[in-house]
Design a binder for this molecule. Structure first.
Ligand SMILES: [Zn+2]
Length: 181
């Protein structure tokens, strides 16, 4: 490794998930700028759950999210949290979760469910209904649900129901990308 390569490696220890170029985080600035942004105001699901998405699940954001799911790991999560933090200004639950260390509760599946891909909206709702359990915590604690892709919202609704059953207070959700159902 020559001195330039050493220097480049020190400055750019990661490879961009999309173009493979050296960079200091999961995506290089050029690729990051190309990700289609989701509407900034978020949206409300039918059951009153507010969801904030960072990106629209279209090229090249879909590739980045898939890379994250299948091996891109923590570096994209870190970049995503940085991107998301300014969006949640004034929303204490989200801001606290994304900028401070908070207790993470992992929802557990109560049964195996087939993948949601390719299912109709009704089938998706049926597929995940009652499929999650959240460990009980002190009553009325705010809960932030974190997921990778929002399509019909079936998984988030099932997770919110599980959180409510565990005594959660205010519930909000963030996702990396919003897909069209
Ligand atoms: Zn790149």
């Amino acid at each position: 490794m020559n001195i330039c390569a050493v220097f480049e490696h020190l400055l750019a220890p990661h490879r961009c998930l999309l173009c493979g170029g050296g960079c200091r985080q999961a995506l290089c600035p050029g690729c990051l700028a190309q990700l289609p942004q989701a509407p900034k105001n978020g949206e409300w699901l039918e059951d009153g759950l507010q969801v904030q998405a960072s990106w629209s699940y279209q090229p090249p954001a879909d590739t980045a999210v898939l890379s994250f799911k299948y091996g891109g790991g923590e570096s994209l999560a870190r970049l995503w949290a940085q991107q998301m933090a300014p969006r949640v200004d004034g929303q204490p639950v989200l801001q606290q979760a994304l900028t401070e260390r908070v207790a993470l509760l992992r929802a557990v599946r109560t049964r195996a469910t087939p993948p949601q891909q390719g299912l109709s909206r009704e089938a998706r709702l049926r597929n995940v209904d009652g499929a999650f359990r959240v460990p009980a915590r002190r009553q009325q604690r705010p809960v932030l649900l974190i997921d990778d892709v929002l399509t019909t919202g079936a998984s988030l609704r099932a997770l919110a129901a599980a959180a409510r059953a565990a005594g959660a207070g205010r519930i909000e959700a963030v996702v990396m990308a919003r897909a069209l159902p």
